[in-house]
Design a protein around this ligand. Structure first.
Ligand code: DLL
Length: 431
């Protein structure tokens, strides 16, 4: 179902005209209210009035996560605190959190976009939405919650953790949709299997999964283990939270980014040059309707490309290819760029191992080393040493074939790698 037919199916020219109008309003707003932007624009000798076309946007400087830290906590807000009704923050791996504020209108817009996203994922007002994203400073919980209410569905505010209780509620309350990270959905599947609950025993039919990179192979596994359709949802707190882009259930191929609220550019992360549609690079997003903390050309660090072809679902908003990782969790191992998701795609395709893994990167002398730790399943674990050796060799060979790097493979006991209730920690970089 298309939630907002008028806006989701706008012809391209109309989308672009709307984007330009909203962009100009946003630029006026930040220039007048946020000293950081005024200074930034002055550095390149531009004022909002100079941005007369969407192409002119590339004249403006980028905004980085570091700019948010430098203006911590409220320095980039474009509305006074008495108009801010909600504050979220993302923990970040280093240093201070990045803080975002929403006006009442922003919260309303977010609920609308999330409702739109649910509808694109095939949800409707009869659904029982089991929301296992964490509630709190993280945007996942409340973002998914408000959208589910806006859709008119029945939302169960589970938050993360307490897997036994999740299972009980899921069974007894008849949850039809689960919202959580892909890694947690696999963990849930495992816990369900352990209790002898089969997918058919539940009413679950769709998972709306995001907040971390995952692979196509992992999707197949989740769909099989839980008996659901797994839909990829993307977002980031700096821009909004969940609901920036989502796959439609019709195609499950690329995430529609809501272009009446965001302008997406793909750039070469090194040169900063804007790349043509279809080329892979770093996603840069400009918000064009936000009041609390508008973002101009925000460097997401997420890697994707724009799929400009029309989609079978009838929505006209462009699609982003599944996000393959970040420029900054991209590992460089002996000069080779490696995304954890690439290794995952190998592991998921191998019989006898579970999709629970960790990558340990170290440096011995001048040489980077990669160790892939992966769990084997119960059956394989009790097999002969020879079988395990063969399995390790097979994984090593496939990774070598795919990436051209040699790694160490350590097969570990079932359930020995820490499970996460939120974003999985895949990489331990000791360099
Ligand atoms: O993770 C918002 C969110 C919540 C999205 C629930 C989807 C569902 P942050 O904590 O600010 O916000 O982290 C944002 O997570 O820049 C990506 O690197 C990564 N990410 C989010 N969704 C996906 C996805 C939330 N579908 C960062 N695929 C982003 C790959 C994703 N990476």
């Amino acid at each position: 179902m298309i939630w907002n037919d008028e806006f989701e199916t706008l012809p391209r020219e109309a989308i672009e005209a709307l984007q330009l109008k909203r962009l100009q309003q946003t630029l006026e707003r930040v220039y007048a209210t946020v000293p950081f932007y005024q200074q930034n624009f002055k550095k390149v000798g531009a004022t909002p009035a100079d941005i007369r076309s969407l192409d002119d946007l590339r004249r403006l400087p980028f905004t980085y996560k570091q700019d948010m830290r430098d203006n911590y906590p409220y320095g980039l807000f474009a509305a006074p605190l008495n108009q801010i009704v909600r504050i979220h923050a993302s923990s970040g791996t280093t240093g201070k959190p990045t803080v975002v504020g929403y006006t009442r209108r922003d919260i309303n817009m977010w609920a609308e976009l999330m409702a739109r996203s649910y509808a694109a994922a095939g949800a409707n007002s009869s659904d029982v939405i089991h929301n296992a994203y964490g509630y709190g400073l993280f945007t996942g919980g409340l973002g998914a919650h408000y959208g589910a209410e806006r859709l008119g569905a029945s939302v169960i505010p589970m938050s993360g953790g307490n897997t036994q209780k999740q299972i009980l509620i899921m069974k007894d309350f008849g949850s039809t949709i689960i919202t959580c990270t892909p890694s947690y959905s696999l963990y849930l599947a495992e816990a369900l299997a352990q209790e002898g609950i089969k997918p058919g025993d539940l009413k679950l039919r769709v998972g709306i999964l995001g907040a971390e990179p995952w692979s196509e192979e992992m999707r197949s596994q989740i769909e099989a283990n839980l008996g659901i359709k797994a839909i990829d949802v993307y977002g980031l707190s700096e821009i909004l939270g969940p609901g920036v882009a989502i796959e439609c259930i019709e195609a499950q191929n690329g995430l529609h980014i809501w272009e009446d609220h965001f302008i997406a550019e793909i750039i070469d992360p090194d040169s900063g040059e804007v790349l043509p549609h279809g080329e892979r690079g770093e996603l840069v997003i400009t918000t064009i309707t936000k009041e609390g903390i508008p973002m101009i050309r925000y460097r997401t660090r997420d890697i994707t490309r724009i799929l400009p072809e029309p989609c079978i679902c009838g929505r006209t908003h462009i699609r982003l290819e599944r996000l393959s990782g970040r420029t900054d969790d991209m590992l460089i191992i002996r000069g080779v760029n490696v995304f954890p998701s690439q290794i995952e795609s190998v592991l998921v395709g191998i019989k006898g191992v579970e999709p629970h893994y960790q990558l340990i990167v170290e440096r011995e002398g001048n040489l980077d080393t990669l160790e892939v730790q992966v769990e084997v399943n119960e059956e394989t674990f009790s097999d002969e040493v020879k079988v395990l050796q063969q399995l390790g060799n097979e994984i090593r060979k496939q990774i070598k074939d795919l990436l051209g790097i040699t790694c160490k493979v350590r097969l570990v006991e079932p359930k020995s790698i820490a499970r996460s209730e939120g974003k999985a920690k895949r990489v331990i970089d000791k360099r």
